[in-house]
Design a protein around this ligand. Structure first.
Ligand code: ATP
Ligand code: MN
Ligand code: MN
Length: 373
């Protein structure tokens, strides 16, 4: 007799960094609903409930069995009465009318559209909503409305940017950046990170992190790379952020803090694969066009911070939040994308790879594909 794995016999940690979460989510019907609710509460500026639904969704993503009965979720952390009610509704009806009802609210629908534009976040969405706009058509028709350069590009390349980036496109981008960077700095380390490093087959962008073992040699890489992209006619947009890192500063206390690395948010004009003669299927759906607009994040890090940066940019976002929460509450240390500070010993802990960071934290190592929390 082989009893099915269920929560009654599996101890589930409240921290995503103590759970192995692969892309095999056998409970997508529940996690999709919870992710939508997290987004709903983000749009209604209810941070507490947003975080609660993200935690619950993340926890369910780690379960090795499909939920089939309420008793299987009884003892799990993070699942409050409201969440259990939604699970029960989905178990009984195959869908949640509560979720469908919230999704059909005007504010949710408008924010969903507005935030899908590159350069438009909660602040701009809220402003547009207050001004009475409801759809992207409303925005496009309002010629007087001031848009940032980023938002203008967001509208200009909207179709390309909102269609997801494929693994093949991520590979092409990675190869392109490597070939450019290695011309200047042959020993530069260029790593594809973000969702693609976690094994995702699609993403909303490509994330690449760059460093060099020779101290200081990483400093000119970003500007040189962007110049080459520009000269080759491959750059549609760039927003360059210079480093604001201060050596003496302790890691940030906030789980969602941004880092201080030099970086760039780009839109590339990515050449698409040459189609063979007689090929009628266009792999990117760009109908005869020889390129696709692809979002790329480039991050430059000093060599001694590289492992921390890689861990931070590999994600998932929820994995990172829990890793920091765990570090603060269970280890009395502070972690960010630059380093790890031990508060009792009053020292920064060095790490030359991700395994060493997990070791410092007393955590079992999780491979990137097990961090899809
Ligand atoms: P997607 O397929 O949607 O791109 P993703 O996991 O790659 O999924 P990203 O938004 O590209 O999502 O972010 C990748 C990781 O980089 C996240 O886990 C996040 O922690 C980190 N990150 C993203 N933007 C920043 C930023 N501005 N500063 C610091 N870290 C960031
Ligand atoms: Mn990404
Ligand atoms: Mn990104």
């Amino acid at each position: 007799f082989n009893p099915p794995l269920s929560s009654s016999c599996v101890q589930v940690s409240q921290y995503a960094c103590q759970r192995r979460t692969t892309l095999q989510d056998t409970n997508r019907i529940f996690t999709d609903a919870f992710d939508i609710l997290a987004e709903y509460f983000e749009f209604s500026e209810n941070k507490g409930r947003k975080v609660a639904f993200l935690r619950a969704s993340s926890l369910i993503k780690s379960l090795p069995f499909p939920i089939t009965a309420m008793k299987e979720v009884e003892r799990l952390p993070w699942l409050g009465d409201q969440m259990k009610a939604i699970i029960e509704e989905i178990l009984e009806e195959g869908k949640s009318y509560k979720v469908l009802e919230l999704m059909s609210e005007e504010r949710y629908k408008s924010f969903k559209q507005f935030t899908s534009v590159f350069g438009v976040g909660l602040k701009t969405s809220d402003k547009w909503y207050r001004m009475g706009f409801r759809t992207l058509e409303d925005i496009k028709n309002e010629k007087e409305l001031k848009l940032t350069k980023m938002q203008k590009c967001g509208f200009l390349y909207y179709e390309d940017i909102t269609s997801s980036v494929s693994w093949a496109e991520a590979e092409t981008t990675d190869q392109l950046i490597k070939s450019i960077v290695w011309k200047f700095v042959p020993d530069a380390v260029v790593t594809l990170t973000g969702g693609f490093r976690r094994g995702k087959k699609n993403g909303h962008d490509v994330d690449i992190i760059i460093t060099c073992p020779r101290k200081g040699k990483e400093k000119n890489i970003l500007h040189n790379t962007i110049s080459v992209l520009k000269n080759q006619g491959l750059l549609l947009f760039s927003d360059i952020i210079e480093s604001t890192f201060v050596e003496t500063k302790l890691p940030s206390k906030h789980v969602d803090a941004l880092d201080h690395f030099q970086k760039a948010f780009l839109i590339l004009k990515l050449p698409t694969q040459q189609t063979a003669i007689g090929d009628i299927i266009d792999p990117c759906g760009c109908e005869g066009r020889k390129w696709k607009a692809v979002r790329l994040d480039l991050v430059i890090t000093p060599y001694e911070q590289y492992s921390y940066a890689l861990l931070g940019w590999t994600g998932s976002r929820q994995f990172e939040r829990d890793l920091r929460r765990y570090t603060t509450h269970e280890r009395k240390m502070m972690l960010d994308n630059h380093g790890l500070y031990d508060k009792s010993k009053k020292v920064f802990l060095k790490a030359s790879n991700e395994e060493e960071i997990f070791e410092h934290l007393g955590l079992d190592y999780l491979e990137p594909w097990e961090r899809n929390a």
